[in-house]
Design a protein around this ligand. Structure first.
Ligand SMILES: [Zn+2]
Length: 313
C-alpha cells in the first residue's frame, strides 16, 4: 500500500484529466458520478457541451440551478477568463463546434493532427486551461470528463499525453438498442433538453460499432498505461472491484469512493436524465435481459457481429 501511495503522489502531480469515451447509453453518467464521489476527483460530466450550453436559458445543472446561474460554473468561467482572456469561452465554443460536432469528428481530428493545425492546438490548450480552472475551483486534482467522444480524446492526448488518461467504457449493444428506442419528451428540469429516442435497431447498432471502432483506433494510438477499457456489466455487478481497478489506473486510493452518491453536491449539466436525481446508489446489481423484439435482437446481433467477436461476447 505504501508503494501505491508514493506512486500515487508522483502520478497525480502530472495527471490533470481522465476522459470517458464510448457509445451513448453506456452508463457514463452513473459511472462518472461514482468517480466524482472520490475527494481527489471531480466529475465535470459531458464537458464538451459547456461552451455551447452555458448561455442556454433552459439548461439545468444537477445542483438544481440553471447552468448560467450555477455558482460553481460561474467561478470556473471567471478563472478561465482570467487565464485566457475575455473571449475564452466564445473561442472554446467556436472550436468545440469545429471539432466536437458532426459525424466525421474522428477523421477531422486525425487530419488536424497530421497537418499540425493551429486550431487543434488552441482547442487542446483551452480545454486544458478549462480542466485547470475546474480543478482549482473544485479543489480536486483530477477532472473526470464524460464527453465520450473519441476524437476529443485523440486531440487532447496528442497535445498533452502526460496530463491525460482515457477510459473506454463499453456496454453491450442490446442495452443501447433498448435505451434508444424509448421516447422521451422535452423536459429540461428533468434533464431531458430536447425530444429524445425512437431510434431503430439498425441505426443504433451501426453507431455502436462505429464508436467502438474509433475507441479501438484511439487505443492503438495511446501508450498502454494511459488507456483502460471498462466493461459496464462487470462494473455494476461488482462496483467495489471495478472502482478499485479505476483507482489503480488513476493512481489514487481505492477506498475513497462512496457507494451512496449525493448528486446535488455535483454539478453535472449534460448527460443522462438520471443526473437530476438527488442521489444514487452504486450497490452491486444484476444485469437484466433487455426488452427487445426478436427482430431487434437479430438485426443488432448481425450488425455488431464483428465487434462482439472482438470483445468476446
Ligand atoms: Zn451547479
Amino acid at each position: 500500500m505504501a508503494g501505491l501511495n508514493s506512486r500515487s503522489a508522483l502520478g497525480s502531480r502530472r495527471l490533470k484529466a481522465a476522459l470517458l469515451v464510448g457509445y451513448g447509453r453506456s452508463g457514463s453518467t452513473i459511472i462518472g458520478s461514482a468517480l466524482g464521489s472520490h475527494q481527489r476527483l471531480f466529475n465535470a460530466g459531458e464537458l464538451l457541451w459547456l461552451p455551447r450550453q452555458i448561455g442556454d436559458a433552459e439548461c439545468y445543472c444537477s445542483c438544481g440551478d440553471l447552468l448560467g446561474e450555477c455558482e460553481f460554473w460561474g467561478a470556473v468561467t471567471k478563472k478561465l477568463v482570467e487565464t485566457c482572456g475575455r473571449d475564452a469561452m466564445s473561442k472554446l465554443r467556436q472550436l468545440s463546434e469545429q471539432f466536437d460536432s458532426g459525424r466525421w469528428t474522428w477523421l477531422r481530428a486525425r487530419r488536424a493532427i497530421a497537418a499540425g493545425s493551429a486550431e487543434a492546438k488552441d482547442y487542446a490548450a483551452l480545454n486544458f486551461a478549462l480542466y485547470d480552472a475546474i480543478s482549482e475551483t473544485a479543489g480536486a486534482e483530477i477532472v473526470v470528463d464524460t464527453s465520450k467522444l473519441p476524437a476529443r480524446a485523440l486531440l487532447l492526448s496528442h497535445a498533452e499525453a502526460s496530463r491525460f488518461r482515457v477510459m473506454h467504457l463499453i456496454r453491450g449493444h442490446r442495452a443501447a438498442i433498448a435505451s434508444l428506442k424509448k421516447k422521451y419528451s422535452k423536459d429540461p428540469r428533468a434533464g431531458v433538453p430536447q425530444d429524445l429516442g425512437g431510434r431503430g435497431a439498425t441505426l443504433t447498432s451501426l453507431a455502436w460499432l462505429k464508436w467502438n471502432l474509433e475507441c479501438e483506433a484511439l487505443a492503438a494510438r495511446m501508450a498502454e498505461p494511459d488507456f483502460q477499457r471498462i466493461r459496464y456489466e462487470e462494473l455494476i455487478t461488482d462496483p467495489k472491484r471495478g472502482l478499485s481497478g479505476i483507482a489503480e489506473f488513476l493512481r489514487i486510493e481505492p477506498d475513497g469512493f462512496s457507494t451512496r452518491i449525493d448528486l446535488r453536491a455535483q454539478h453535472i449539466f449534460a448527460g443522462n436524465r438520471l443526473r437530476m436525481q438527488t442521489s444514487q446508489s452504486l450497490e452491486p446489481r444484476k444485469t437484466l435481459p433487455e426488452n427487445l423484439t426478436q427482430r431487434e435482437r437479430l438485426v443488432g446481433d448481425a450488425v455488431t457481429a464483428l465487434g462482439r467477436w472482438y470483445y468476446g461476447w
